[in-house]
Design a protein around this ligand. Sequence first.
Ligand SMILES: Cc1ncc(C[n+]2csc(CCOP(=O)(O)OP(=O)(O)O)c2C)c(N)n1
Length: 677
Amino acid sequence: MKNQDLKKIANTLRGLAIDAVEAANSGHPGMPLGMADVAAVLWTEFLKHHPANPHWANRDRFVLSAGHGSMLLYGLLHLYGYDLSLEELKRFRQWGSRTAGHPEYGHAPGIETTTGPLGQGLANAVGMAWAEKHLAARFNKGPYRIVDHYTYVIASDGDLQEGISHEACSFAGHYRLSKLIVLYDDNGISIDGRTELSFSEDVLTRFAAYGWSTYRIDGHDYDAIRAALTLARTSDRPTLVACRTVIGYGSPHKAGTEEVHGAPLGKEEARLTKKALRLPVESPFYISDEVLQLTRKAIAEGRRAEQRWLELWEKYRRKYPDLSAEYESCRALSVPEDVLSSIPFFTLGKMATRIASGKVLDAIAVRIPALVGGSADLTPSNKTFAQGQTVCTAKHPAGRYIHYGVREHAMAAIMNGMALHGGILPYGGTFFVFTDYMRPAMRLAALMQLRVIYVLTHDSIGLGEDGPTHQPIEHLAALRAMPNLSLIRPMDANETAVAWQMALTRREGPTALILTRQNVPTYDRAALGLAAAQNAARGAYVLIEDEGYRLILIASGSEVALTLEARQLLNTEGIGVRVVSMPSMDVFDRQDEVYRRSVLPDNCPLRIAVEAGASFGWHKYVGEKGLVIGIDHFGASAPYEELYKHYGLTAEHIAGRAKSLLLQAGRGEQAAVSNFE
Ligand SMILES: Cc1ncc(C[n+]2csc(CCOP(=O)(O)OP(=O)(O)O)c2C)c(N)n1
C-alpha cells in the first residue's frame, strides 16, 4: 500500500483514540498515537486474519501487550471489519460496553488475550508461538502446512521492564520460536517520566543474548517498518523490532512527554492535535470512506485466506485421516471417555498424592492428544513427566513435555498463551509455595476462564525439613479467594484420580491440584465403610459417620487421615462422629443447597475443621459454635511428624479439642435449661 494511504489509516486510528479517551474522560492516548504507524503497516500489509471469522485456527495472532493502549486495538478491530461497532468505541470504558478499560478476552472478537498487567501479554504471546511451533511439528506434512502462522506483539517499556519478560523471552529464544515478532514501542517514556530514570540496559543486546534477532527502526517510517517486518518473518529466531516512536505523536504540546501517557489530551489540545494530523476537527470519531475501503479489504482477503486453508485442509484430511482426527481432537480439547474411565484405581498402601498424580498421568497423558505437560524445574518432585511423553526441544518441538526452567511466572503465562491459542490443554508443576511467583498469571487464567491445570506439590508443613520458606501456609486461603479458580486438595490416591478427572473436564476455568509430598494412607474404603472417592467430585462428602453422631470433623488433603483417627479415639469414649472430606470448597459451594445441607446439616452445629494451613476461610463451614484447627503462623524446619505434633495436628489433639467442644456445648445447654427454669 502507498505510504500516504497508510498515513491516513494511522491518523484515523489516532483520531479514534483521541476522541474515545476524550469522551470517557479517561484512558491512555499516548501509546496509540505513537504506535499507530507501526500498527497500520502490520495490519494492512502483513497480518493474516479473517475479521468475519475471528476464530479461524490458522490466523496470525496479534497481542497488544501494552494493554493500556487499548484504544489502538479497538480502533484496529473496528477499522478492519471485526464485529465491534463505532458505537462501542464511543462507549469506551463504560458499563456494559465491549470496549473495557484494558482489552478483555471474550468481550469483542479479535481480542486474543486480556492485557493490562504489563508483561503478561508478551508472555502469553510466547505461549501462542510455542503452540504454533509445536502443533506445526506434529501435524504439518510437506506442503500441507495446516498450522502456519505468526504471532505479533506490541510491547512497551513497561512490558520489557517486568521480570516476566526476562523469563518468557529467554524461553522463546531457547526454544527458537522464530515466528514470534515483537514490536517494541521504544518511546523512552513511562509514567514517572523519561525511562532513563530507571531503565538503562541495552535492550537489543539483551534480546540478542537470549538468541533473538533484533532491529532498531524509526517507528514512524513506513519503509523501515515494512523492511523490518519482512526480515523478521524469515528469521530462524524470534525477533524484536525496537520502534523509536514519539509518545502522543501529533500533539503539539504534549508529544514526547509523560503527560500524554494516561490522560485525555483536553479539548483544546485534542483540537490542535487533530489539526496537526489533518483530521477534521469538528467531526469526532471521524473515519473517511476512503480509509474504510482500504482497511475493510481485510474482510475479503481474510475470507480468501481461510478458503485456501480449507481447501488444503480437505486434501490433508483425505490424505492423513488419522492425523487430521488427532488435530481435530486437539482443537476440541477433547478428553476421550475411555481415557477418563481408565484412570487408575488405587488399592491399599501408603502413597503421597503427588505420586498418585504421577501414576494417573502415566496412565492417560499421551492418550489425550491436546495434553501438554511441564514443570518449572521440579519434574522429579512434581511427578509431572508421564510415561510415553517426549521432551520438547528447539529441534524437537513436537515433544509434549516442557522443561520450563526455573521460570514459574512465565510458565503460568505461557500456559495461558497455549490455552488461548487453542489445540493445547496445558498442565504445569511447581511447589505449591511458589504459586506466589506465578499468581499474576494464574489470576489472568481465572479471569479469562482458561483451561489450564496446575500441579502443585509439597502442599504444607508436611514437606518437612525444607522449612518455612518452602512450607505453604496462607496459600490455600489465598487461592481459594480467587474467583473462577477451582482448587482441589485430595485426601488420598483415589481422590487424586477423581481430582484429575475433574481438572481435565472442567471448562469454566483453571484448576489447581494441591498434592502432598509425604505419604498418606490409601484406604480400603469398602472394607472400612468409607464412602467412595468418586464423591469428591461434589467438593465435599460424608466419608463416614456414626449413628447419632454429635460432632462433624471436616478436613482436606492429608489431614483427613487425622480426623479418621480422631474419630476412632472419640468412638472409644462413646462419642459418635461424622467425618467430611472436603477436597474442594469451591466445588462444594456450587452444589445445590439440599446437598450442602445434607453434608453439613444445621442440626449439628458442633464442627471442627482441620487443615495444615491458615484457618482463614474455614469459619463459614464450622459456624459460630465450631472451631478450626489450622496453622496461623509460619512453619519451621524439622521432620514433618514433629511439626504436626508441635502444631496440634494430631488425632489426640483433635479428639481432645472435640471433647472440650462437646463439654462446653453441654454446659451451655444445661445453662440454657436452668436459666429457663
Ligand atoms: C504489572 C503492572 N504494573 C504497573 C502498571 C501500571 N502502568 C500502566 S502503564 C505503565 C507504564 C507506562 O510506560 P510504558 O510501558 O513505557 O508505556 P507508555 O507510557 O509508553 O504508553 C504502568 C506502570 C501495569 N499496568 N501493570
